[in-house]
Design a protein around this ligand. Structure first.
Ligand SMILES: Nc1nc2c(c(=O)[nH]1)N[C@H]1C(S)=C(S)[C@@H](COP(=O)(O)O)O[C@H]1N2
Ligand SMILES: [Mo]
Length: 391
């Protein structure tokens, strides 16, 4: 039986030699990899900050200064994560033929290859999961049954661990190729010689542009004045500030607008029951503070209301105590939060009754909402019903 040459080549599985482009080189892989490493490092560091900020009890108190600190770290987290998406795709395209290489014969090299490929498999799988779940989180699309925060946090350690192993294994190659010109062919497959329309520098430039564009599309929502342009995370808004969960979603419309609304403040056996007018009776203060959501948007507002510490002082509570803030909301996340003592005592922490000079809208937390500086948006409790001084 005669088999034509093309049919025969179709029958043999592709090997590393099927990929001849000289763009698929170690020099390109190391350069894109370097920036991927920077992105993952930044995402890890800022992710740990965000995780710590959301811990109900903190051995070292999370600082209340600067008010925009969490806003910046959260921006960096989303920006580095989205920049990593096109970079990872380029990196996978560049190194893909390497994965088709035959395993080496000698035992020592084989062990190294198993370690290397194993860590790459874990790295690629966990990195893709982190980036896609993160992106869906920015789009507020929780298309899964597991807790986003817990999974994203746990997988971050897997990703970084596999990344460190990968870097350690590849360090000699990385050192070699980063030290020489990008067009050098050291460590390249002999078959990767084909010149196409795009140069290696051109590919890198395109990668940076793609990463920059990804950052812009994912984070315009976090930039002052530009949030209206947000593509990935459009949200309904009132007073120019997005609304993550409306009063209707939270099922608080009736209780929040009822004349029976009261805010209960307790300290030991002291109990204060305040109407909204009582809250308006305290000295009102105004501070410009951002809502910085973990879902990748942040907007500053001018909030007005009594200082939380003044309201607590009315019960005789001393400073230096954590408080528990509960919402009228009966179900779902962000209903109850713990506010650490340094936030309670900060003069900028308000029980906000107004936003930009107007009474708070129902969706932003009417009759009263918590607003504190340098605090994750998810912890800025809306529709506050109860404040308990702890300890
Ligand atoms: N009671 C309650 N408070 C809440 C929420 C919530 O779902 N319920 N969402 C939180 C989240 S995730 C964010 S980002 C901010 C958003 O505030 P805004 O809707 O006024 O912009 O409110 C926080 N406060
Ligand atoms: Mo949020």
């Amino acid at each position: 039986m005669k088999v034509s040459a093309t049919a025969a080549s179709r029958l043999t599985p592709p090997g590393p030699d099927s990929f001849g482009s000289r763009l698929r080189s170690a020099a390109v892989a190391a350069r894109v990899g370097l920036w991927l490493g920077v992105c993952f490092g930044l995402a890890m560091a800022t992710g740990l900050i965000s995780h710590y900020a959301q811990q109900p009890s903190q051995p070292v108190p999370f600082p209340t200064h600067p008010a925009w600190g969490y806003r910046v770290t959260q921006w960096l987290h989303v920006a580095s994560g989205t920049a990593a998406i096109p970079l990872l795709l380029v990196k996978l395209w560049v190194v893909f033929p390497r994965l088709l290489e035959r395993p080496p014969r000698t035992l020592r090299r084989l062990a190294l290859t198993v370690l290397e490929r194993g860590s790459i498999a874990i790295l690629v799988a966990s990195a893709i999961t982190q980036l896609t779940t993160g992106l869906l989180n920015v789009s507020q699309w929780y298309a899964w049954g597991f807790s986003f925060r817990r999974t994203h946090y746990a997988l971050a350690f897997v990703t970084i661990g596999a990344l460190l192993i990968h870097i350690a294994v590849k360090l000699p190659v990385i050192r070699d190729v980063l030290g020489i010109d990008i067009d050098a062919t050291m460590h390249d497959r002999p078959s990767a010689r084909h010149h196409g329309a795009l140069s290696r520098r051109g590919l890198l430039r395109l990668s940076w542009i793609a990463a920059g564009t990804a950052v812009l599309t994912s984070t315009v929502g976090t930039m002052p004045g530009l949030s209206r342009l947000s593509v990935l995370a459009p949200r309904s808004r009132a007073e120019g500030i997005p609304i993550n969960r409306t009063a209707a979603d939270a099922q608080v419309t009736t209780t929040a607008t009822s004349p029976d609304y009261r805010c209960e403040v307790t300290y030991a056996d002291q109990r204060l029951v305040l109407t909204r007018d009582d809250l308006l009776g305290f000295t009102q203060h105004t501070h410009t503070l951002p809502i910085a959501c973990v879902e990748g948007w942040s907007v500053a507002g001018r909030w007005t209301g009594p200082r939380l510490r003044d309201v607590l002082a009315a019960t005789g509570a001393p400073p230096g105590r954590d408080v528990r803030v509960s919402s009228l909301q009966q179900h779902g996340g962000s209903r109850v939060t713990i506010l650490p003592a340094d936030f309670v005592d900060d003069e900028r922490t308000l029980l906000a009754l107004a936003l930009d000079g107007e009474p708070l809208s129902l969706d932003h937390g009417y009759p009263a909402r918590l607003i504190a500086p340098n605090r994750p948006g998810a912890l800025q409790t809306k529709w506050v019903a109860r404040i308990e001084v702890l300890g």
